[in-house]
Design a protein. Structure first.
Length: 560
């Protein structure tokens, strides 16, 4: 591939990095960072940012820091810090010894705020937050100067020091940058730099009662760490003039902010605030509920790190917001698990089959292929006996024309086993079918007839005497609307929650091979989909989550 072709195939951020390396803009350095706020669990959108920041550092022999932007103690918790680190490592990335917190820089950031006060570029405002909001102006009207905007430097320094010393109540004062209340950029209309919060911080304890805002912390933290490419999502594009202004006024190392489009996924919400609401209101079982788009939820559901990395690479990096179909993510895990997942037989909704002409006390072991995509996976044996379970949906007493599975008088193949024919249907007093009486052809062992006759269906099955009971959880998208955030005024976005997003099957029956399955193990249940052992499993009861169906049946349902 030529240099020109390579350049055209790279996303625009990598093109910027390559150009900077060619020109020596950063002395040949590439230093990125992933800067989550520890106020929730990471989701698939964060995975895109993780793969981008750590991936660029890896590709260009650079470094990527992990920095927690912990400037809002009311919403932050050590639980979130620990979960974020676990998720990043699980995805396959590491930050070595470069783990930082914005709170590590609080003293330096305070000194920089004092510097701006001394330079006449910051002031203490005693208006309420509501008053500040009301006087900010609009896109077509300028803001109104605060009556405290012209306080003297001496007074501002004194008030700011007293704010730090805890002399005032929450909301009594704020520190604002003195920029331009008539700026076309609303973010530049004297933004707040510090607010009073008498709140315990997960790292600094009670040492501080004033906390810098995100806008007055983020760029300076990048500067302290000598970040070369400060990569963030498009919603921060409007913040870039302020990011640049603070660094220029302080005269410190000036990182380059670059914005890219965040991930929007159909039938999903990505707002941490809304995800927290789902958790707190009990719509899901927790942050790691397999229906959640969180990395921990995807991990519990059975997604692999490789499948998520491949998904992020497939969707690419652009400057334009768009909606990615959930099916793209599902296809990524199908492609990965198809190559690696052990095939097994599990009957989700069993109906009993008795083979009348099979010896009552006989068992035999039949060979089964572990993974047809991987010959090195070898084979296993599955026990066969006179009484079996098959799927209830694989039998119809009065089948329509295009139903080729088991029916009275019809012959089908049992996977890896024999041809069987249904001869009699047993019902209970309520008319429900409870048992099928069949016969088998002993000459068809292995699933092939020596006379060359063909059947139109192959069914999976489990020997009743060897079966392991299991609970199986089937999932559909958490939201029934393609864009659950798109609601009319007055409507509740939670009304779009799919009432059928979870279906629990308590009577599934598995082949005995699964007796040794461990939490996190992934399998393909033949004809059913890909499944993962859930951590709710016990010694007496296996619990499986369906990671994804064998095909995108949900997409077909939406079109229908």
């Amino acid at each position: 591939m030529s240099t020109e072709e390579t350049s055209q195939s790279r996303d625009f951020i990598r093109q910027i990095v390559e150009q900077d390396l060619e020109t020596g803009k950063w002395d040949g350095r590439v230093q990125t960072r992933f800067p989550p706020e520890p106020n929730g669990y990471l989701h698939i959108g964060h995975a895109k940012a993780i793969c981008l920041n750590f991936g660029i550092a890896r590709e260009y022999n650079g470094l990527c820091n992990l920095r927690f932007d912990d400037t809002n103690p009311e919403k932050e918790d050590v639980e979130y810090v620990d979960s974020i680190k676990e998720d990043i490592r699980w995805l396959g990335f590491d930050w070595d010894d470069r783990e930082y917190f914005a709170s590590d820089y609080f003293e330096q950031i305070y000194e920089w705020a004092t510097q701006l006060i001394n330079d006449g570029k910051a002031y203490v405002d005693s208006q309420s937050i509501e008053q500040i909001r009301e006087t900010r102006g609009t896109l077509v009207e300028p803001g109104i100067d605060s009556p405290y905007r012209d306080r003297s430097i001496v007074e501002n320094l004194d008030l700011f020091q007293k704010m730090r010393a805890g002399k005032f109540q929450d909301g009594e004062h704020v520190l604002r940058a003195k920029i331009d209340m008539g700026s076309k950029h609303l973010i530049m209309r004297d933004p707040i730099m510090y607010r009073i919060r008498h709140q315990h911080h997960h790292r600094t304890g009670d040492r501080w009662c004033i906390y810098p805002t995100y806008d007055f912390t983020h760029g300076q933290s990048d500067s302290i760490e000598k970040i070369t490419h400060s990569i963030c999502t498009l919603e921060f594009e409007n913040h870039r003039p302020l990011y640049d202004w603070f660094l220029e006024q302080l005269g410190v190392f000036h990182s380059q902010q670059i914005e890219f489009a965040r991930l929007n996924l159909t039938c999903t919400v990505m707002s941490k605030r809304r995800l927290l609401e789902l958790v707190n209101d009990g719509h899901v079982s927790g942050w790691d509920d397999p229906r959640m788009p969180t990395i921990s939820g995807l991990r519990r559901r059975g997604y692999t790190p490789a499948s998520i990395r491949n998904f992020c690479e497939k969707i690419g990096i652009t400057k334009f917001n768009s909606m990615t179909d959930l099916g793209v993510l599902e296809n990524s895990i199908r492609e990965d698990l198809n190559k690696m997942a052990q095939r097994v037989m599990t009957v989700l909704n069993p109906i009993k089959v008795v083979i009348d002409n099979y010896p009552e006390n006989q068992d035999e072991q039949l060979d089964a292929v572990n993974n047809p995509e991987d010959e090195s996976a070898g084979t296993r044996t599955v026990p066969f006996s006179r009484e079996l379970y098959i799927e209830r949906d694989d039998f119809m007493e009065d089948p329509p024309k295009k139903f080729f599975r088991l029916a009275p008088g019809r012959e089908v193949r049992l996977r890896y086993a024999y041809f069987i024919t249904c001869n009699e249907v047993i019902k209970n007093d309520d008319g429900e079918i409870v048992e099928l009486r069949c016969t088998y052809d002993p000459e068809t062992r292995g699933g092939n007839a020596p006379d060359g006759r063909k059947v139109k269906a192959t069914l999976h099955w489990v020997s009743t005497k060897h079966a392991l009971p299991a609970e199986v959880r089937l999932y559909e998208p958490l939201f029934s609307k393609e864009n659950p955030n798109d609601v009319e005024e007055g409507e509740d976005w939670k009304e779009n929650i799919n009432p059928n997003s979870l279906n629990v099957i308590s009577g599934a029956q598995c082949e005995p091979f699964l007796a040794d399955a461990k939490v996190g193990d992934r399998f393909q249940f033949e004809r059913q989909g890909y499944f993962c052992v859930d951590d709710d499993s016990t010694d007496d009861q296996l619990v499986f989550n369906r990671t994804v169906a064998l095909r995108d049946s949900w997409a077909k349902a939406k079109k229908g």
